[in-house]
Ligand binder design. Structure first.
Ligand code: GTP
Ligand code: MG
Length: 643
């Protein structure tokens, strides 16, 4: 039932088959349709005009001929995109619709291009495979998604409401970062788009009807330090709620025992790959679903190991709410809280920086500490102070003592008398106490692409991700960015089931036609053809430096993450240091920024990314910076300096 998807490139056919795709050039058995392409012309993927072989860009609309934007220089890409953007902005919408290329034609043309220019040498092929392997390992898999909002549940008396010293400054900094996007400059690089946003009128079908009784979707990220029991908790919950059959459960128990990993039986429901099972760790995000009384919950079970933080991020960026799983055992909670090696702090900071403000702290493995109330209270005290410093409100954090392995306090009141001191709600009821998250139904379509599923046998491509704004249905025209190609939605799936409409908040797989599979990239965005997302490489950010030892200097090289895209970045300018309490400029042009300081900086990226200013679209305007395997700063995009 759970689904795992590769982030980057995902094939529902054999991996080998993908490899062979690049052999086509030398292969006598090239599919017949590729033979039918005339060598003297190439068809523009956007306007379908047949251009002379000598043309490098379309004679009619100016779109570049190259099949993969990645292979072009930045200037070439920009030229291609600007040409298309110009067409999109200046053509009437009827014209935009009329330039959609036929599906078969697009596939044929791009296959030809791949044959002739993209993979002509064994070395190229090798590079390509490296790239794919890298994506799979470092960027994680994918998912489907969901939503929600605040609540407190508290439990036993706890001293968690006490404020912890220096935590305050960091909290106010984060608040400034999270909520004061308007404090950035408002130099709009695309004023036409900004105006149009206000003018956009959604069609009736795009808005949920009052008569629709379906459960609201809640995208719930399960995060926390390695081995804290995230997958066991997720698996146990799914089993208790009937989403994993008894037969499957017995199979997991038997197989895990045979491999000497009997304690991982529930985790096996989520950790599906041989490597994950052998190593006993989650490496990519697993997606599963269950219905509570109030929500259709999409579970995003994240990896906790530090090597897979980028994968965790892929899931967490789609979250509406989160469960932070803590291992209560002596030494394990402390290891998770360790500033350099533990992931509890990093995960908490990351999910807060993604906008998640409703959190359940599941204090797991309470069986190991004899369900000790003292231990539970100590964890609340220490972790509570830190969560407050990240910007979580006490009233939006719920603390639940439980044991996933012993089924205590998951979907019913604890049966073990040692937990009799706890009188709060169980985990499932606490999930139902989340407030539904707001959804941008009436804004133009925006869907960051988390995964791409290609079927080389059927020539189909699906883009997967969470709809951040707007709606889709079959027949809808979408602009695929950064390729800048208009495609048509062939069909939609939600929770691996066909559906007729996808709306903001839904996690969907969108099958597209009219676009070659190589033009649909994880890290890209599907948007409304009349409202293209910006594509830029020079950005102004407002950042908060986390608790790191190394200062950030002009010239620092960092890993830049935004929705599902990752690029290397250079700090080009530190414009100002901000006062931690007021958010106002405290010092202009400082030489460096250090831990817990917030600042306005400019970064230049190696390659452009799809981006929006935070004030326009939160999901496409949140960033975080990493280096040497650690997140060093979180922030928001305040200005697109240059496309
Ligand atoms: P990563 O995804 O690799 O970060 O690990 P995880 O957080 O998903 O942990 P996982 O569910 O794989 O469990 C790790 C180990 O903790 C397994 O041996 C589980 O059986 C054990 N475990 C999980 N929950 C409990 C619990 O409530 N009590 C006890 N005693 N052990 C538990
Ligand atoms: Mg796991």
């Amino acid at each position: 039932m759970p689904r795992k998807v590769n982030y980057g490139v995902d094939y529902d056919d054999d991996y080998d088959e993908y490899d062979y795709g690049y052999e086509v050039e030398d292969n006598e058995e090239t599919p017949p349709e590729q033979e039918t392409i005339k060598r003297s012309v190439w068809r523009c993927a956007v306007c379908t005009y047949d251009n002379d072989e000598t043309m490098s860009s379309c004679d009619i609309c100016g779109v570049l001929r190259g099949p993969l934007l990645k292979n072009l220089t930045y200037d070439e890409k920009r030229a291609g995109f600007n040409s298309l953007a110009a067409n999109i902005f200046y053509l009437k919408s009827s014209r935009v619709h009329s330039i959609v290329v036929g599906e078969d034609e697009a596939v044929k043309v791009s296959s030809k291009r791949l044959d002739s220019s993209d993979v002509s040498t064994a070395k190229d092929k090798h590079n390509r495979l490296d790239e794919i392997t890298f994506n799979m390992q470092s960027s994680g898999k994918s998912l489907l998604s969901l939503m929600p909002k605040e609540r407190n549940v508290m439990v036993a008396n706890s001293s968690s409401s006490r404020n912890g010293g220096k935590a305050h400054d960091l909290a106010s900094n984060l608040k400034n970062i999270s909520f004061s996007a308007e404090s950035g400059h408002s130099n709009d690089t695309n004023p036409g788009r900004a105006n149009s946003y206000a003018q956009y009128k959604p069609e009736k079908w795009m808005l949920p009807g009052k008569t629709e009784h379906s459960l609201a979707q809640l995208n719930l990220a399960i995060v926390g330090h390695v081995d804290s029991g995230k997958s066991t908790l997720s698996g146990r919950l799914l089993h208790l709620l009937g989403r994993i059959s008894q037969k499957d459960m017995q199979k997991y128990e038997k197989e895990s025992k045979l491999q000497g990993k009997g304690s991982f039986a529930y985790a096996w429901a989520l950790d599906e790959s041989a490597e994950e099972r052998e190593r006993g760790i989650t490496m990519t995000v697993a997606v599963a679903y269950f219905d509570s009384k109030i929500y259709h919950v999409v579970v995003l079970d994240s990896p906790g190991h530090k090597d897979f933080v980028p994968n965790m991020i892929t899931g967490a960026t789609q979250a509406d709410a989160a469960i932070l799983v803590i291992d209560a055992s002596i030494g394990s909670f402390e290891a998770g809280m360790d500033g350099t090696k533990g992931q509890t702090r990093e995960h908490a900071q990351l999910i807060r920086s993604f906008g998640v403000d409703q959190l359940i702290v599941a204090v797991n493995k309470m069986d190991v500490v004899d369900y000790s109330k003292d231990r539970f209270d100590l964890i609340i005290l220490q972790l509570g102070t830190f969560l407050r410093s990240c910007g979580f409100k006490d009233s939006s954090v719920s603390w639940i003592p439980l044991s996933a392995a012993k089924n205590q306090n998951l979907v019913s009141a604890p049966s073990d008398f040692r937990l009799s001191w706890y009188h709060g709600p169980n985990l499932l009821d606490t999930i139902d106490s989340f407030q539904p998250p707001p959804r941008d139904f009436s804004k133009p379509l925006l869907m960051p692409i988390c995964d791409v599923i290609k079927s080389s046998s059927q020539g189909q491509v699906s883009a997967c991700g969470k709809l951040e704004a707007g709606a889709l249905r079959s027949g809808s025209k979408v602009l695929v960015m950064p390729s800048a190609i208009i495609a048509t939605v062939r069909s939609l799936e939600r929770d691996s089931q066909p559906c007729t409409i996808g709306r903001a908040g839904d996690n969907v797989a969108v099958s597209l036609h009219g676009v070659d599979a190589n033009h649909v990239l994880a890290g890209g965005v599907l948007c409304h053809p009349d409202f293209p997302v910006a594509f830029a490489k020079h950005l102004e950010l407002k950042v908060l430096v986390l608790d790191v030892a190394t200062p950030i200097l002009i010239g620092s090289q960092l890993e830049f993450h935004i929705h599902h895209a990752k690029e290397s970045a250079r700090v080009a300018r530190i414009s100002s240091l901000l006062d931690s309490k007021t958010g106002k400029v405290a010092k202009k042009a400082p030489r460096c920024i250090v831990a817990k300081q917030s600042a306005v900086v400019e970064v230049t990226l190696h390659e452009a990314v799809c981006v929006e200013e935070f004030s326009k679209c939160k999901a496409l305007g949140r960033v975080f910076l990493r280096t040497l395997g650690r997140t060093v700063a979180v922030g928001i995009v305040t200005r697109i300096v240059e496309v």
